[in-house]
Design a binder for this molecule. Sequence first.
Ligand code: TXA
Ligand code: MG
Length: 333
Amino acid sequence: MDTRILAPTKENILLCAEALRRGELVAFPTETVYGLGANALDARAAEKIYAAKGRPSDNPLIVHVASLDDAKTVAEKLPPSALSLAAKFMPGPLTLVLKKKDVVPDTVTGGLDTVAVRIPANNVALALFKAAGVPVCAPSANVSGSPSPTTARHVYEDLKGKIPYILDGGACKIGIESTVVDVTGDKPRLLRPGGLEKEKIERAAGTLLLPEDTSKPLCPGMKYKHYAPKAEVYFSAYYSGMSGGICLWYDRLAERGIKTVILCLTPNAEKYGRRNVIRVGDGYDSYAHNLFADLRMADEKGYGAVIAEGVPDEGIGSSLINRLIKSSGGKII
Ligand code: TXA
Ligand code: MG
């Protein structure tokens, strides 16, 4: 199959909307990462997503819609907590887990009785959903396990030959996935930290419950290996003197002949002397924006190991920590 990267013109958005309605896959930009979309009401279309990504089929998909009204086509009556969070944060990097309606096939929800719903803050995505006239289920548009795609080129590298269309909306603004909150219980529960800071949600909705420690993961996707480049990733704890610890670790890897690079904030780069660095930007928002792209870049440049600087566990930092723990497979130094 030929994979075409399309500029987000009116004609191309219509072409992609038609493809979605026919049961084909379309990759599209959002403010967080690129999504790989299918008609969420068509089980056979949704199955194609799992096949293209190599994704385990018990890992449910987020259903993307253009408005809260459209959310009601896939979710049962929205509880007050959902309505107030939606009023504040949607469209935006927030996904709400709600009781599902029967129209949503089990393939989309992994057999759960809930459905995750999101309205992305991206005009190309919203125009696509409106033109398609159907809810669009979509995971991140990468091969399962690899860093999420934040440009159309990343999607192409992972999925060329497997999907017909990629709508190119440029680089994603935020760079890491949405925050997933379950609002089916008495109190909202944070299932996955992400682009919307937990503190902002808590200011609006009170303290969030955290994932329960059960054998059955509430957010099934979190149990799989994720966000990992080919290089070994090591992730530093955040402490004063962190750069010294990172230098020691780097030198040990280098002595073993492993080509290593440090992901660091731009103002910290000089602390690493002549060692290889990739500058992720001036602050934690740019670190989030660039993380997945920089992990891919480390592979392109042939690095065997990446050491990522630690960040404080607050705001977007908490979401970065979540992704870096997964990318590193828990190799914290
Ligand atoms: O920003 C995002 O959320 C991006 C863009 C494309 O919208 N999408 C994304 O999808 O990150 P994905 O499939 O990579 O991650 C979805 C997460 C998974 O961890 C999945 O287990 C969880 O949401 N999820 C989906 N439906 C759920 C449900 N009904 N209950 C609990 N967790 C759910
Ligand atoms: Mg993903």
